[in-house]
Design a protein around this ligand. Sequence first.
Ligand code: GLC
Length: 551
Amino acid sequence: MPGREHLQAAIGCDDAPVTVPWWKSGVIYQIYPRSLQDTDGDGVGDLKGISRRLDYLTGLGVDAIWISPIYPSPMADFGYDVSDYCDIDPRFGTLADFDDLLSQAHARGLKVLLDFVPNHSSDQHPWFVESRASRANPKRDWYLWRDPAPGGGPPNNWISDFGGPAWQWDEASGQYYYHAFLKEQPDLNWRNPAVRAAMHDVLRFWLDRGVDGFRVDVLWHLVKSADFQDNPPNPAYRPELGEMHRVLQLHSTDQPEVHDVAADMRAIADGYAAAGRGARVLVGEIYLPVEQLMAYYGGERAGVHLPFNFQLIEAPWQARPLAVLIASYEAALPQGGWPSWVLGNHDRPRVATRRGQAQARIAAMLLLTLRGTPTLYYGDELGLSDVPIPPGQVQDPRELRQPSKGLGRDPMRTPMPWDASEHAGFSTAPPWLPLNADWPERNVARLAAEPGSLLALYRRLLALRRAHPALAIGDFALLDAEEDVLAYERRYGEERLVVALNLGATPQRFEVPTWARDGRPLLSTLADAAPVRDGVLRLRPNEGVILTLAG
Ligand code: GLC
């Protein structure tokens, strides 16, 4: 497998050498730390477990890991309720374990991103404990406190993303506080300069330690309208969507001032690169329509480097709508804005569940051949599917608060199956969530030994991205979206590649453009692709092929 140096050299061999930061040419792998690898026998993954699996990750061929929160936390929302931003939760290890993980990752050329949770802290965070102590406390204004509405009750109609009112009454101080998520996750007041300064110090704490960037949790939530107007009702509301969708989050999210907040964070991250301390990246979690999403790249001042693009998670799996989605996204990108693609994460159903095993292979090829930075969710490279969780074993607060609506997130957070030994090599104890029932067959050891496995395909695709600048950083052009075929070109310098994906379960013919008729298959998602004959590439059911025109 060619190393990173190979790609750098290839990138530099064009007329004008191009310097591409690692976060553009690289691939990010998301780790849900409770579920990757346990080493202390409590059934919950930990930092030493991640260190133990670094060779697996470099062997897979990813460039960076993003680790969901590992800070001290009461775990009301499994770490997204932080009670100390500058330490490690003992369940995951210690700061020394983290430093060790970081240096081991860096020694392998792997970057490490942390999850920065700036919108809310835990209600156990000392800042909130002080804030709630009295109305006169200097930290009172660090959170969002309001008097009851004139007629009594919550100050406005805002609804928590986990259901129920987003306001919690505090008897002792006689006011409500706002929480976009659980009442154990009070929202910080980002209009307060002291909060900004404290959070900037958090960023510097980790950047100084050497982390390569952050995924920024619910970035579009950070600033709320100054006058806390009611949100308008959502005309498309249906109960099965979950209660938060009763209203449109017009005033509680995506306020213009959030872009200044993002720009300040960006300035901090870029300051490290400017000082010669290496490129650091900010990836923003933002669930918004494309037009609003684009604003997070920034305007006069740069915003985050990579606003996550989650569209593939919910897109209809058909050639034309996908082609429209991709083309519109590409067209909407601002000058210099680098694309992002995601197939799944710890909040959404897994791709193998949504698309099935056969199309999971096509999804892999799509994710890793589109233009932009892909983020892979742990276990998706095995075709891991969602695990039904018996009611008595539910852990996710969202499911516990709004049961049986399909909103639960435990099913996609189950332990990584490493081998066929007891507890799948994940732990010596029963894991915190059940393993997928298929773990005796679907595990890393087994799939690594099968040349035709999805894992082997992921490895090949990742190796190809490394070897071919056309895939990693090349231009993109749509070629075709007829029936079940989605085809596009990737091009860099002299190299032209054609990707043709059969999104269905029947054979398809793809009329190769004239310039590509001499193309030969570089990779198929199935074994050996048929060559192009008479200008036609014959795709088998559920087959994707990459053709190369080089030399
Ligand atoms: C983000 C996280 C999700 C969490 C929520 C509240 O959406 O991805 O897991 O529950 O923020 O922090």
